[in-house]
Design a protein. Structure first.
Length: 530
């Protein structure tokens, strides 16, 4: 079942789950009963797993523990090998001492921590500083609690995110404990790799237009495994909504644009993952326990009392705090937090032999700035770097030659097919047009959509389909990946400017500094789109 679920990540609805159960020979009635009528045993088991994960600091996925050693993220095999080889050496030493093989794990972990020891918080590069106040806007957003509450908690959330669902009980506890001292504000941040997150966000907005935002919000989180159109319409009926108006809102572009604006506003101040909380503007990441919220809320209550004592009207406390708050997070999006200063892209003088001659390109091949990007059409960080690349083109014009290379990440199921669609369009002279369409709607990276785009771009559909069916560009994509790995690429996006690496969605200032340094060494060229 594990293998089937991962092989079919876009089909995890109830009907598909029952189909998988039949495929692998399960007793279907017993399977249904285990899901629906086990007295919550399965949900309790999952909750225990999640509690253990949080206890040991595994707040994202995938998170591994190799003989108890934390190993986070989708890392290359070399990373796993280094840890595993080290653990095998330790195990061999224990065996040589006479430790029975079946007791190795117990012996190797007997002195391990029973929970993660959290050091004093230091902001990771690209993450908001928990000690800094950021301007988390609330105008027009759904709100719970007293309008003049001295503490405002703003969340950017995703209805398909399990950690957001888990945080709901903590938010409920906070509201119960603090009463009218706290208000809670919601913003949407549907993550691109959660296929049902945007539809669910559309649903709660459509319900909100009829005064039922929080009722729909609670229903969706109470049944997070059922995020399909039929279920949403059923909820709308139960809540007494005007179904015609509700369906029209789901199918219109206006609501989706508002959600995307919400997500962009969150990303601007660092709310790039979910759940992301700002407590009177101060950042708290993830499904943290009640105690973590309590510490920040109590601190903000003290601040609020001081402001009130100095004459700030209670109803304008949040507004007063936001006037002094930072309007934007100016930092890298996701480079390593422990990166040494001399290894930051601006200061790292290493030059990698990245080939700028093969791949869809934009600009003159003799331009003084040779920019190569390894990217993934399904990656949210890759989408976020696109405006920076556009600014690079705008700022430097004919001095830039931009080359695209595919680096589809293995945990993005739709990334490789999207890369093939991009190159199939490139074969007919329309790569950048297809590129723009793929990034514009990362929620719909499927064959029907690729063919729809091909038709809109005026491509020869017969040739386009034949190229996709034959996987004509698979070897090309594999070669791109090998080129990236040879230059130390392990994730996406990674940009090289004249061979100097920018690993991640760093801010514009980093790109500009490197480009200006490189231009000082070279003469300007000419730019054209190829």
């Amino acid at each position: 079942m594990h293998d089937k679920l991962f092989a079919n990540q876009t089909s995890l609805d109830r009907a598909s789950l029952e189909s998988f159960a039949k495929d692998i020979g399960l007793d279907l009635e017993a399977f249904k009963q285990a899901i629906d009528g086990d007295g919550g045993k399965g949900r309790d088991r999952i909750q225990r797993d999640m509690d253990d994960a949080a206890k040991f600091g595994a707040v994202g996925t995938p998170s591994f523990f190799i003989n108890g050693r934390s190993f986070i993220g989708n890392q290359p095999i070399e990373g796993f090998k280094k840890v595993i080889d080290d653990e095998i050496n330790k195990a061999n030493w224990q065996l040589a001492k006479g430790t029975p093989r079946d007791q190795l794990y117990a012996v190797l972990t007997k002195d391990g921590l029973d929970k993660k020891v959290v050091p004093p918080p230091t902001p990771a590069a690209g993450a908001p500083d928990p000690a800094v106040r950021y301007r988390a806007e609330i105008k027009g957003a759904p709100m719970r609690g007293a309008k003049d509450a001295p503490v405002t908690i703003v969340e950017w959330g995703d209805f398909q995110c399990p950690f957001c669902e888990r945080a709901e009980s903590t938010i409920g506890e906070i509201m119960a404990v603090y009463g009218d001292q706290v208000r809670f504000v919601w913003h949407d941040q549907p993550l691109p790799f959660h296929g049902s997150a945007m539809p669910a966000a559309l649903v709660e907005r459509a319900a909100g237009a009829q005064g039922k935002f929080w009722a729909m919000h609670d229903l969706i989180y109470a049944h997070q495994q059922r995020l399909d159109r039929e279920t949403f319409e059923k909820y709308a009926g139960e809540l007494g909504l005007d179904l015609t108006r509700f369906k029209a809102a789901l199918d219109g572009d206006k609501v989706k644009a508002a959600i995307e604006a919400d997500a962009a506003a969150g990303a601007k101040i660092g709310a790039r993952g979910t759940p992301a909380f700002f407590i009177n503007g101060k950042f708290l990441s993830g499904a943290q326990p009640f105690e973590a919220f309590k510490a920040k809320i109590d601190e903000e209550l003290e601040n609020a009392r001081a402001l009130l004592a100095h004459g700030t009207p209670k109803a304008h406390l949040y507004e007063a705090l936001m006037k002094q708050a930072k309007a934007e997070l100016v930092a890298a999006a996701h480079p390593d937090s422990d990166e040494a200063d001399d290894k930051r892209p601006e200061n790292d003088q290493t030059v990698y032999a990245v080939d700028p001659t093969k791949g869809p390109s934009m600009g003159s091949k003799d331009a003084p700035l040779q920019v190569v990007i390894f990217s993934d059409f399904q990656c949210p960080f890759c989408k976020r770097i696109e405006p920076t690349l556009a600014q690079l083109e705008k700022e430097y014009g004919d001095r830039v030659h931009l080359v695209w290379k595919n680096y589809p990440l293995p945990f993005h199921d739709n990334a490789a097919p999207a890369a093939e669609a991009g190159l199939a369009a490139s074969a007919q002279g329309k790569f950048w047009e297809m590129h723009d369409k793929l990034f514009a709607d990362q929620q719909h990276l499927d064959r029907d959509t690729y063919e729809k785009y091909a038709g809109e771009l005026g491509l020869d559909l017969f040739r386009f389909r034949a190229d996709l069916d034959a996987h004509k560009f698979k070897d090309w994509i594999d070669a791109d990946r090998r080129d990236g790995e040879a230059a130390g690429v392990t994730g996406a996006p990674v940009v090289f400017i004249n061979g100097r690496k920018i690993p991640g969605a760093y801010p514009w200032a980093t790109f500009k500094q490197i480009a200006d340094t490189e231009l000082a060494k070279k003469k300007p060229g000419h730019r054209k789109r190829e």
